[in-house]
Design a protein around this ligand. Structure first.
Ligand SMILES: [Zn+2]
Length: 166
């Protein structure tokens, strides 16, 4: 098994791990970088892997620093399942389109300044509508349920008490 730490190491945001095991490649979280401007600019960088090469994803919880780049992942070709607790799925259905809305607002504000400077306009990482689209790949699960993803990979979500419980 190989684990690549792609975020949340030197900083606490941008949680994203790539795991390669039993012939599969999967992600644990795909969060957004938050904080200083240079950190947030990392959200616009390309993924260090091909989103189409990922077999599935496990989402630990709904906070944007763990889930915020899922719409970007989806937009760039990841169409496989995101396993997450039912409550996480419900929260993401609200939080991700809201995050898209914020990005649309911030981008239009940045573009006003860019136009004044004679620079090209930029696109938001994803729009509210694009975020709503990615919800179709969410697969709700329950705590302690054993999910057989492949005969070799079994997953069980436990309550870590970090976010609200249902
Ligand atoms: Zn959190």
């Amino acid at each position: 098994m190989k684990i690549t730490f792609l975020g949340a190491t030197k900083t606490v945001t941008g949680s994203n791990f790539l795991v390669e095991a039993c012939g599969k490649r999967f992600l644990v979280d795909c969060g957004m970088w938050q904080g200083k401007q240079e950190l947030e600019e990392r959200n616009d960088e390309e993924f260090e892997f091909d989103p189409k090469s990922i077999d599935f994803m496990l989402l630990t919880h709904a906070h944007i620093d763990h889930s915020g780049r899922i719409p970007k992942l989806y937009k760039e070709g990841f169409k496989n399942k995101v396993y997450a607790h039912k409550a996480t799925c419900d929260l993401c259905a609200l939080m991700l389109p809201d995050s898209g809305h914020i990005q649309e607002m911030e981008t239009s504000w940045k573009n006003k300044k860019r136009i004044r400077k004679g620079l090209d306009e930029i696109e938001p990482m994803y729009t509210a509508e694009e975020a709503a689209r990615c919800l179709e790949i969410f697969q709700p699960v329950q705590y302690d349920e054993i999910i057989e993803i492949t005969p070799e990979i079994h997953v069980r979500f436990n309550d870590a008490g970090h976010m609200l419980r249902f």
